[in-house]
Write a protein that binds this ligand. Sequence first.
Ligand code: MG
Length: 369
Amino acid sequence: MKFDVIICASGESTRMGENKLKFDVGGMSVLKRSITAFYTLPFVKKIIVVTKKEEIDFVLSAINGLDKTKFEIAIGGNTRTESVKNGLQLASAAGVLIHDAARPFVSQEIIEKVAKSVEINGSGVPALAVNDSVRLVENDKIVGGFERDNLRFVQTPQGFLTDELKSCFTKLAPNESATDESELYARFVAPVSIVDGSHDNRKLTTMGDYLGANMRVGIGYDIHRLIPFKKLMLGGIEVEYHLGSLAHSDGDVVIHALIDALLSASGELDIGSHFPDNAPEYLDIDSAILLSKTMEIIKKKGYIVNNASLIIIAEAPKLADYIPLMRIKLARLMGISYENISIAAKTNEKVGEIGENIAIASYATVTLV
Ligand code: MG
């Protein structure tokens, strides 16, 4: 069976402040990612994107490079029901799949399951079990409950026989609307068949959903030998001690580990590639300057630092008094708040080179959004 796909992309994004479908998820817009999931499937005949008039150029940019003859654009209405109705008028394949553009992580496996269910049962909707208790509330008081075994969260794509879904809309009173198509189909045609949904197929509703979706993690590590007659720089702060780090730069292991974590999270090569340790311009350089240069690289790629978590491993000296200063300094250099950078210091229990005070090391993890 062939399917037309209706991508609902005319929502208001009121909870996000701006059009969330334009946000970048893994190098493409949310809308493009949703479209791409359907585009390559052999049973998909046509993709109808329902959008607002003022977003037509954005939709065209999202399908740039794809076969334009596979696409049509419909203009959305004031409600989801109206928007789907407008899209449905352009649908002509035997089956239709209706998908929220704000669910960019839909897998082709789910789409195939829904399509198969339409072929066999006439309908198919991905559904998830409800694990939390759901209660009926009146005037801020719980007055009743539901048997959660009988409840499901429903997702998209929702699949139907095109003619049957079209008939639902003709039976709907003017200005009457439904939350989704499964509600309409169950009311006017028959109970809707469900298939297993997925927690990955979540809808990006709040900024938190989006940030979580786009999170990148990086890890960094550095170790330097300790020698006399050298300053000990850690986290951009000079620590009073009779030994310091042997290095081409100022030897700040904390900042070096942090730089590697930042570069790693943003998909860049490591610190040695960006700031070679034989380049004369980096001789004895303040590592804070290298961190600032790294932040420029990160910013250019469109990332911001969400948080950083660091460990310093040193047998001596005691670092507790310096840690707040390091956090202030590093937070300022990265343009994040103090609470979003944590630093722990620990000894190596006298084991190995670090334990014998021959070297000092640091680990860093960061998340970028
Ligand atoms: Mg280093």
